[in-house]
Design a protein around this ligand. Structure first.
Ligand SMILES: Nc1ncnc2c1ncn2[C@@H]1O[C@H](COP(=O)(O)OP(=O)(O)OP(=O)(O)O)[C@@H](O)[C@H]1O
Ligand SMILES: O=P(O)(O)OC[C@H]1O[C@H](OP(=O)(O)OP(=O)(O)O)[C@H](O)[C@@H]1O
Ligand SMILES: [Mg+2]
Length: 282
């Protein structure tokens, strides 16, 4: 039975459960459940604090986990990223009252408040900057107003929390994060159950980012049309009853679908349809 750690709270928990559900796995029915077994898929899910997941996975007691890239790096645990999942995207940045600092070099001798001490201490050390780091559990933006620190380092998504606190980011982003799948560093990469789990999640990612496109076009335009819709391997071309015409079928990135439909139309393609992909294995 594959043992998988899933975030039980916070920004990662809802989207992680949704993705697992879309991948065909049973998920807990109420938020107090700590573990569930999905016998049909031979998987056991453990609902854990996002911050603790890398530690459990690095111990080898759980096979894989879903967490944030920033949480993995902050933990310093002996675990590695094996698949990015595309949700809970954020950047990790320094921020302060406008005019306080322009870059990491200005932090020497100052105090930085953060919930991610591991990331900040390493970033300061990598830049040879000697600053103090104060650990806070959350609502870090308030630390400056209350005089606990002059600078914060925190997760930024829309920037609303910083604006509300009258703060501005400065310097280069410290890192970019998103939800990821992790396993113990050096664990068997070929383990079939792990591979099957990853294929299912990849199927969800593809189904979310691609659509299927079908259209008819004249044989003379086929090369141009195929250049617009190269598909993943290569498009399927089928003959039509009308000689001189073919039907083409290919997967295209959902975000480009409208532009591709316009371009196909302008080279003479007709009956252009897109349909959603619900699941797939590549
Ligand atoms: N506003 C946000 N947008 C996107 N990702 C976020 C946001 N806030 C936190 N994260 C991501 O969520 C993970 C942290 O999860 P965690 O549950 O510890 O904190 P949280 O989502 O802020 O929840 P809470 O503070 O309510 O406990 C990190 O990977 C972080 O990058
Ligand atoms: O850029 P934004 O869209 O505002 O998002 C970023 C904020 O979201 C998270 O806070 P959360 O609400 O989880 O509170 P916390 O600081 O107590 O963790 C994070 O810690 C930032 O404060
Ligand atoms: Mg938070």
């Amino acid at each position: 039975m594959l043992r998988i750690a899933v975030p039980n709270k916070g920004s990662l928990s809802g989207p992680a459960a949704e993705m697992l559900h879309e991948a065909g796995y049973q998920q807990r029915r109420e938020s107090k459940e700590l573990r569930i077994v999905d016998p049909e898929n031979e998987v056991e899910f453990f609902y854990l604090r996002p911050r603790d997941i890398a530690i459990y996975v690095s111990s080898g007691r759980l096979d894989i986990g879903i967490t944030g890239r920033d949480l993995l790096i902050d933990s310093g645990a002996n675990a590695e990223e094996i698949l990015p999942l595309g949700f809970a995207r954020s950047t990790f940045r320094y921020a302060a009252k406008p005019g306080t600092a322009d870059g990491v070099a200005d932090l020497a001798g100052r105090t930085v408040a953060t919930s991610y001490e591991g990331i900040v201490a390493k970033h300061l050390a990598d830049h040879g900057v000697d600053a103090s780091v104060v650990h806070l559990d959350g609502a870090v933006e308030t630390a400056i107003e209350l005089g606990v620190a002059e600078v914060i380092a925190d997760v930024v998504e829309t920037g609303t929390s910083l604006r509300n606190a009258g703060l501005e980011v400065f310097g280069e982003p410290i890192m970019k994060s998103e939800a990821i799948v992790i396993r113990r560093t050096g664990a068997d990469a070929e383990e079939p159950k792990v591979q099957q789990f990853l294929r299912r999640l990849q199927g969800v990612l593809v189904a979310r980012t691609y659509v299927m496109m079908d259209y008819d076009c004249r044989v003379e335009q086929l090369e141009k049309a195929v250049a617009l819709t190269p598909g993943l391997e290569s498009p399927t071309i089928s003959p039509l009853h009308n000689e001189g015409w073919v039907a083409v079928r290919a997967m295209v990135p959902a975000k480009d679908a409208q532009r591709i439909m316009d371009d196909l139309y302008s080279i003479g393609a007709r009956a252009i349809l897109t349909t959603a992909i619900h699941a797939c294995r590549l």
